[in-house]
Design a protein around this ligand. Structure first.
Ligand SMILES: [Zn+2]
Length: 103
């Protein structure tokens, strides 16, 4: 089952625009970023398939970590994102990125 990624997502009380950003990996050293100032969740389009989905889950967790002041270490966000990605693959749930534009 494909689940469409929306152009905006609300994480508790913060709403983020979801965008593809070329060269994010080269410029910032990450495949995805969540910017609390600009309210943008950006993903480098070089990511593909379940790797891209996992980056998305990671950024969602960054947003929860921030909004709820969880203070989870960054490595734990990676581990939880890996766990979610595993479960969603097992359930045959994949993200559909067709509505996400470059910005
Ligand atoms: Zn991160």
């Amino acid at each position: 089952m494909k689940v469409k990624v929306p152009q905006k997502i609300r994480i508790i009380s913060h709403t983020y625009d979801i965008k593809m950003r070329r060269e994010l990996r080269v410029d910032e050293g990450f495949d995805g970023t969540l910017n609390f100032r600009t309210h943008e969740l950006c993903i480098d389009p070089v990511t593909l398939g379940d790797q891209r989905d996992q980056v998305f889950w990671h950024e969602i967790l960054e947003g929860l970590n921030y909004a709820l002041s969880l203070k989870l270490p960054h490595d734990d966000l990676d581990r939880i994102a890996e766990g979610f990605n595993y479960i969603f693959q097992e359930l045959n749930i994949n993200l559909d990125w067709s509505e996400i534009k470059e910005g």
